[in-house]
Design a protein around this ligand. Structure first.
Ligand code: ZN
Length: 256
């Protein structure tokens, strides 16, 4: 079994490291349709991935982190035009506010986040609403009490406001360790990281890899989506990203 989980954040035409233009999302959807993919909300896609693959199609889940308002404005109607639904991971203490949580990298434009009525609208349209913590901290930096507040708290708040069960979680910044993973396992049924890889049958369902859609945000790489060239391209992106991370660590330690 393999499951392609794509990660999106914001959608707008102003270029930023966390946004993809709505027109590019449309190209992604068309590419997935042309490749015969089956797009489902994350939990559904994971539970049915093996059966979907037996039909000769490629299971795909589109996930939208942080709960930007553009998800309802742009992504939901675009996906609906293909008969598809996605998964959104809002940050509960920031619902209806802006992306002003501490630790936001520089260069990320301030923008609106979905409110509760908008999240209810997405849920009513069949979207999966997962959790992404209450305040978007690095979970590995928290003690057990803080972890429980972020994990159990986010699930309880979402379920209270939306009136449905919340099963999926996305680690803020993709940061987790063994202790965080075990807390998440006690609270949720599935969890996503930011590790660039395609999920497999043998993958741990609490550390599922995803592929950042930003790497497909130009016309040429977008053609690799769900193509035979996708896996080598994703492997190349993973190497390039870890190379950049090492370079940034070295630069910071030299500058210290
Ligand atoms: Zn996030």
């Amino acid at each position: 079994m393999r499951l392609l989980i794509l990660t999106y954040h914001n959608l707008h035409d102003v270029g930023s490291p966390v946004s993809v233009p709505p027109g590019m999302l449309r190209q992604h959807l068309q590419r997935l349709r042309d490749a015969g993919c089956t797009v489902l909300p994350l939990s559904e896609a994971l539970n049915r991935a093996a059966a979907i693959e037996l039909t000769g199609t490629y299971p795909v889940a589109l996930t939208f982190d942080d709960g930007y308002a553009a998800v309802l404005e742009h992504a939901a109607p675009l996906l609906a035009s293909y008969g598809w639904r996605g998964t959104v991971f809002p940050i509960t203490d920031y619902v209806g506010r802006s992306n002003c949580w501490p630790g936001q990298p520089s260069g990320i434009p301030t923008d609106h986040l979905l409110g509760w009525s908008e999240l209810r609208e997405l849920a009513a349209a069949g979207w999966e609403v997962g959790a992404h913590s209450r305040t978007h901290p690095d979970l590995t930096s928290l003690d057990d009490h803080g972890l429980a507040a972020e994990l159990l708290g986010a699930k309880a708040i979402l379920e209270d406001h939306l009136g449905l069960a919340v099963a999926a979680f996305a680690y803020p910044y993709g940061r987790y360790d063994r202790r965080v993973r075990s807390h998440v396992e006690r609270t949720y049924s599935v969890a996503c990281t930011t590790t660039m890889r395609i999920a497999r049958g043998a993958s741990d369902r609490y550390t599922l890899g995803r592929v950042d859609a930003w790497y497909f945000s130009r016309s040429l790489p977008a053609r690799f989506l769900a193509s035979p060239g996708m896996e080598p391209y994703v492997a190349l992106c993973r190497v390039a990203r870890s190379g950049r991370a090492v370079l940034s660590e070295v630069t910071q330690s030299v500058g210290r």
